[in-house]
Design a protein around this ligand. Structure first.
Ligand SMILES: N[C@@H](CCC(=O)N[C@@H](CS)C(=O)NCC(=O)O)C(=O)O
Length: 213
């Protein structure tokens, strides 16, 4: 399998960590969804976004949730990190929806500050995104039942929340510190010490001279 993207993207990284957790072999095609790489990314995803996954038979899948659903299917119900059905599945999917939404809003705010000329940054919009990011992660913090979201076992919700949290902490350390989420911090630290996380370093922070917080 070939994974298109970079670990600087938390959506790419959660796919890579899932692949490694399942023991599935893949090669990484390191492309950014901006600049010179964009045209290349469009060959795999009409939207020009990362991640995309190319299966060994050439089938291409886009969007991290869709890719992870495919990987769960390949791993089988015994090993899948997303419960196959019922209330447990609905709970994990809801946790994932909030984690993804909070991170989408974080990315929107980052784009607002980094991709627009400074005089065109619309601060009320960025502020609303920030509020949604805070509300999402603080809700997730309250959902933790002991070590994991499901209490006794790791699921895709833990893996994804930890990756998204690490991304946020790296991008906006002060903003994330102020959220005061000790359970998410502990989850993130615990998973950061595991092999799949160590094998997928998220890389560099923001370019020098750009400060959001
Ligand atoms: N919902 C998508 C989000 C993917 C996403 O936002 N990727 C970013 C990189 S972090 C991207 O490709 N941005 C470029 C663009 O949207 O044009 C997923 O889960 O795969």
């Amino acid at each position: 399998m070939k994974l298109v993207g970079r670990y600087t993207s938390p959506y790419v990284r959660r796919v890579a960590v899932t692949l490694l957790t399942y023991g599935m072999d893949f090669e990484l095609e390191e492309l950014l969804p901006f600049g010179d790489d964009k045209a290349e990314v469009r060959k795999f995803n009409p939207l020009g976004r990362i991640p995309a996954l190319i299966l060994d038979d050439g089938e291409t899948i886009v969007e991290s949730a869709t890719i992870i659903d495919c990987l769960d299917d390949l791993a089988g119900p015994e090993r899948a990190l997303t419960p196959p059905s019922g209330p447990d599945r609905r709970r994990v999917l809801t946790l994932l929806a909030v984690a993804s939404g909070a991170t989408d809003k974080l990315v929107s705010s980052l784009y607002e500050h980094h991709l627009r000329p400074p005089e065109m940054v619309h601060r009320p919009w960025a502020k609303m995104c920030d509020r949604q990011t805070v509300d999402g992660f603080q809700w997730l913090e309250q959902q933790m039942l002991g070590d994991w979201f499901m209490g006794d076992r790791m699921t895709q919700a833990d893996l994804t929340a930890a990756i998204f949290w690490q991304f946020g902490v790296e991008k906006r350390p002060n903003f994330f510190a102020r959220m005061n989420c000790p359970k998410l911090t502990a989850l993130s630290d615990r998973l950061a010490a595991t092999e799949p996380f160590k094998a997928t370093p998220q890389g560099e922070g923001l370019p020098k001279g750009i400060a959001l917080e």
